[in-house]
Design a protein around this ligand. Structure first.
Ligand code: GLC
Length: 491
């Protein structure tokens, strides 16, 4: 018998710790009611699917970054000559033909897994548009692209309408940087890094054209694709740099590689977008200010609950884009991530990269099936919940519904196939007369008793012998004594 959750914290200490360890972030609370309602709905949905898909998937290389000349380990090229490489990369439009593209298959798998929203890369940094746009020929519907004759050639539209039919909230990933657009990377110059390769102050018209180009594309997405719930803007370096030092100013005046203010006119973008989509959640990633309705810790789970809406985005494999023979996280890992994130008040946006044929690796389907099997039994401990102190004790994570129903989610170790014979916790106790049950074990109440400030309960033999699921088991407590939500984030 293992004693769980030995360490007790005082309420005050826990909250202080949470605040102290949270990344220094300023959150600008949203004020618009329609947006707030949608943000609330997004938060209740907890689990979403992200997909990075584009011409880079044909080679199975990193999304876009291989055409960026920064000397970073993730920007490796298959060709040592940059100019040749870039030309071949741009020519991938001529071979992009994902004939197995079947968004119903994806929506079914994602729905089974319990995902309730989708975010899709309408355009990544390389500028290739996975939607129909009037602004450029570098798009999936261009006559140059073999897929343009396919009835589903407007890939973003097909994905959005299919998932929407299945009740998903719809998110458009859109990169503010565009490495194909001549107004961002001017063909006159070499491209030293991810930024515009010309001096914006010396060439304001060129930048102005880029701002217009971006706005037009976003307007297209907001006008012709039905209801969009989230505009997920990437490339956080495209932002106003309001306080350059004097030295930086001098350098910036001369060399474009030095920090420049990249004012994309967010107020106008958002105003126009919300004219068409008044409920639109805007996520201007990494840009502190009023256009970041939620924050997006990337590939990481914060140590504690955070006092603002947030979402961890993370690939199921090791790469955002499709990578042949990639190593995918196990079902157990994925469930534990979901539980860990939700117990701290976050959402989990899990990425799968489709391949050049327009399908996922068979492993991705298997993983989603495994997660879905667990969610069928335990989903009520995930959706609509808020975090409750102490969030996690040992192997047990907590979540709570607004009516006080509290879930204690016991995370099984690797190889731990049998639920423990007894579960106890130190700092949380069912209220007098409260009912404690196990999810997947009907309505049978368990006997429990108070021990100090906590409680203990024995896990029935039949449940242990035939657990309804693997990877984590959940106690449902109808009401807990003296505890309410400790981090009251209003959104
Ligand atoms: C990283 C990658 C970018 C990707 C994003 C997804 O920022 O550089 O390519 O789209 O993560 O969160």
């Amino acid at each position: 018998m293992k004693r769980l959750n030995l360490i007790g914290f005082s309420l005050l200490l826990a909250v202080n710790l949470a605040m102290a360890q949270a990344p220094k972030q300023v959150y600008y609370p949203e004020k618009d009611t329609a947006v707030l309602n949608n943000l609330h709905r997004w938060h209740e949905n907890k689990f979403g699917l992200l997909m990075h898909w584009g011409i880079y998937s044909e080679w199975g290389v990193v999304e876009s970054w291989s055409i960026c000349s920064e000397d970073e380990p993730w920007e490796v090229r298959r060709d040592s000559n940059y100019t040749d490489y870039k030309e071949k990369y741009d020519n991938l439009i001529k071979t992009f033909d994902p004939v197995k593209f079947d968004p119903e298959k994806w929506a079914n798998a994602a729905k089974y897994a319990g995902m309730r929203y989708v975010v899709f890369t309408t355009k990544h940094h390389d500028g290739f548009c996975m939607f129909n746009t009037k602004t450029t020929n570098f798009r999936v519907t261009s006559p140059e692209c073999p897929f343009h004759t396919n009835p589903r050639a407007n890939i973003a539209k097909s994905i959005f309408s299919t998932f929407r039919k299945d009740g998903f909230m719809i998110g458009a990933y859109f990169s503010k940087a565009d490495w194909h657009c001549p107004y961002y990377w001017w063909p006159n110059f070499a491209t030293p890094d991810r930024n515009p390769n010309y001096n914006i102050k010396l060439h304001p018209n060129r930048w102005h054209n880029f701002v217009k180009y971006t706005r037009t594309q976003i307007n297209e997405l907001m006008s012709n694709y039905g209801r969009i719930d989230i505009l997920w803007l990437d490339a956080g370096w495209v932002r106003v740099k309001s306080q350059l030092t004097i030295d930086e100013e001098k350098l910036a005046a001369k060399y474009p590689v030095f920090p420049q203010s990249q004012d994309i006119d967010m107020p106008r973008i958002v105003k126009q977008a919300r004219k068409r989509q008044p409920w639109l959640i805007v996520v201007d990633r990494d840009v502190t200010g009023p256009y970041q309705d939620y924050l997006t810790p990337e590939n990481t789970v914060p140590k504690n609950a955070l006092p603002y809406p947030w979402e961890t985005c993370m690939p199921m494999g090791t790469s955002w884009s499709y990578k042949p023979h990639d190593h995918y996280k196990s079902v157990s890992k994925l469930i534990h991530l979901l539980v860990g994130i939700v117990s701290k008040g976050g959402n989990f946006l899990l990425n799968i990269g489709p391949n050049s044929q327009g399908d996922w690796s068979p492993t991705a389907y298997k993983r989603l099936k495994g997660v879905g099997d667990w969610m069928k039994v335990n989903g009520q401990a995930i959706y609509d919940t808020h975090p409750v102190w102490p969030y996690k004790q040992g192997k047990v994570c907590l979540t709570q519904l607004d009516d006080g129903t509290t879930f204690a989610i016991f995370l099984a170790d690797k190889g731990e196939d049998t639920p423990p014979s007894r579960i106890w916790m130190d700092n949380i106790c069912p209220a007098k007369g409260a009912k404690v049950t196990l999810l997947g074990y009907g309505d049978t109440p368990l006997k429990w008793k108070r021990v100090g400030d906590g409680f203990e309960t024995d896990v029935p033999k039949e449940f242990r012998k035939h657990p309804p699921c693997e990877h984590a088991w959940v106690l449902r407590i109808s009401n807990v004594a003296g505890h309410s939500r400790t981090m009251d984030v209003k959104y």
